[in-house]
Design a protein around this ligand. Structure first.
Ligand SMILES: Cc1cc2nc3c(=O)[nH]c(=O)nc-3n(C[C@H](O)[C@H](O)[C@H](O)COP(=O)(O)O)c2cc1C
Ligand code: SF4
Length: 502
């Protein structure tokens, strides 16, 4: 077996080493610095009128703090105590079932609710049976792109034998999304069991959970859960008494949105400067330390034990069109009923806004809603009857993304929102592509002038050209997502944009 170099970590965690200076300079939070700070993520931006002093404080932060996973209480200030309301609104509580009943933070609580039974069942079957189940379930990745999970798993499984990795993407940087945070904090073993099942299916011996710096409680809870799973024989040598071995550890991130992108995340674990890499080769072929790597989002992996326990057919029977199963949505504080909701694909955006969220607080008038943003298209009120589905939302220039739902009311002017999103985009760019590195900052600057009444029609045309460049010449979804956001704004909100340019 190949022995890859061990990753270098920072932040004073056990077994962590200092970052190289050229790597350290990449990260905003290489040395922490978000604790107790006010947040300036998009959900907090949408709610800034609810607490103007806190928003003013957030805007002063350097380094900036973007999304603490407390969007239900936005504008937020880093705390670990508040919990969001949690509701299962699907036939089956596949992902949120345990959390809706109070959670399963300990191994004993997880096992008392049937935890690790799926792993025991799987270990009695060949890996191929698990690959087939995941394929047939039609599960698609919940990290944003909706890529078929079974196809990704098969690609890793089919690579030549040798060291392979499984990595959980727990970077959850989309402002408005706080799904993975509470899955990890309140049901950590569901992720661990999903990862062990994935490793068994694809033949991986080693895994990492990449937890973002802004989620310190999730980091701690997972480290304890891993030790407990190891002591119970579910991790390490001879998992469940079989010949299969799997080592799993937490890697603590350093505060970079773009590290949620898969190639950037893998470079980060390696201890390299986490710039996005061109594909192919895909991580499934040449990933972490050059080895075949399966990388999935936390929510994707949490679906796996249910699929193994209940069967692919039962899973595929839930959902709608080409989007099967359930999706967890996290609603921001502008709703009357913010919180985590598990729904079946196919519910309309109107249902999410009006029935689940109960409309906007204080009778607010909906200006638009972003699902899975901020680097994704905005949904205007006249398209609320669009169903929640990967293809259906893409057809209107929006998307499912990771499922963070941020509503905007009449307190948000659209040019203000554009300036906010491009400021975020420029700040978090990895700098590899010119349109993203320089163009997003230029669009922010033009909108700052436009808001001051100092921009012309030629400036608007420059923005349009920059958006085209972002769309065509970006190496990753950060740049193309910014373009998608801008296109939706130019298409659906011309009456708010054009008067700002004389
Ligand atoms: C800028 C950027 C940020 C991303 N952030 C995340 C993230 O925080 N969590 C995540 O799971 N996927 C994120 N993704 C998507 C990942 O690159 C990858 O597609 C995903 O983790 C794969 O898992 P899945 O197949 O289970 O969805 C991001 C992509 C981009 C371009
Ligand atoms: S689009 Fe932006 S974040 Fe993505 S690789 Fe290019 S510069 Fe980096």
């Amino acid at each position: 077996m190949n022995h890859a170099p061990q990753p270098t970590q920072a932040n004073g965690k056990s077994g962590q080493h200092p970052l190289r200076p050229d790597v350290e300079s990449f990260y905003h939070l290489a040395h922490g610095g978000f604790e107790g700070k006010a947040c300036q993520g998009t959900a907090c931006f949408a709610a800034r009128h609810l607490n103007p002093p806190r928003w003013a404080e957030a805007m002063e932060n350097n380094p900036r703090v973007y999304c603490l996973g407390e969007c239900f209480a936005a504008p937020a200030k880093g705390q670990t105590k508040p919990r969001p309301p949690v509701k299962v609104c699907s036939r089956e509580g596949i992902v949120l079932g345990r959390i809706a009943k109070g959670g399963a933070r300990t191994l004993a609580a997880y096992q008392a609710q049937g935890g690790y039974a799926a792993l025991a069942k799987a270990l009695a079957q060949p890996p191929e049976a698990i690959l087939t189940a995941v394929d047939k379930s039609n599960l698609r990745g919940r990290g944003g792109a909706g890529f078929p999970t079974g196809r990704k798993w098969r690609s890793v499984a089919s690579q030549p034998a040798g060291l392979k990795y499984v990595v959980a993407n727990a970077d959850e940087g989309d402002s408005g999304a706080y799904i993975d945070r509470y899955l990890m904090e309140d049901d950590p073993h569901s992720l661990i069991e999903g990862m062990i099942l994935a490793a068994y299916a694809v033949g991986a011996a080693k895994g990492y959970i990449y937890v973002r710096a802004e989620y310190p409680l999730a980091d701690t809870v997972l480290r304890t859960a891993l030790a407990d799973a190891q002591a119970a024989g579910w991790l390490g040598a001879r998992v469940g008494g079989t010949a299969f071995s799997f080592e799993l550890e937490v890697y603590s991130g350093h505060g970079s949105y773009v590290c949620g992108e898969e190639t950037s995340l893998l470079r980060s674990i390696e201890g390299n400067r986490p710039e996005v890499m061109a594909r192919p080769p895909y991580p499934t072929e040449r990933g972490l330390f050059g080895r075949p790597t399966l990388l999935n989002n936390v929510e994707t992996l949490v679906n796996i034990p249910w699929i193994v326990t209940h069967g692919a057919e039962a899973y595929a029977a839930i959902g709608f069109s080409k989007s099967r199963g359930t999706k967890v949505l996290s609603l921001n504080s502008l709703f009357n009923r913010p919180g985590l909701y598990e729904v079946e694909f196919g519910v309309t955006v109107r249902h999410i806004v009006e029935e689940l969220g109960g409309g906007l607080r204080k009778g607010g008038k909906l200006k638009g809603v972003i699902i899975g943003g901020p680097i994704i298209g905005m949904i205007p009120p006249h398209l609320l009857d669009t169903p929640l589905g990967f293809e259906e939302l893409a057809a209107i220039g929006a998307g499912v993304g990771h499922g963070g739902v941020v509503a905007f009311d009449e307190h948000t002017s659209i040019p203000d929102l554009v300036e906010h999103v491009f400021s975020f985009g420029a700040y978090e760019s990895c700098g590899k592509c010119t349109p993203c590195r320089s163009g997003s900052g230029r669009i922010e600057e033009i909108f700052t002038h436009a808001l001051a009444g100092d921009a012309t029609k030629a400036d608007l045309q420059e923005c349009r050209d920059l958006v085209t460049a972002l769309k065509l010449a970006s190496l990753c979804g950060h740049g193309t997502g910014l373009a998608r956001f801008a296109e939706s704004i130019l298409r659906y909100y011309p009456t708010e944009i054009e008067p700002c340019f004389k």
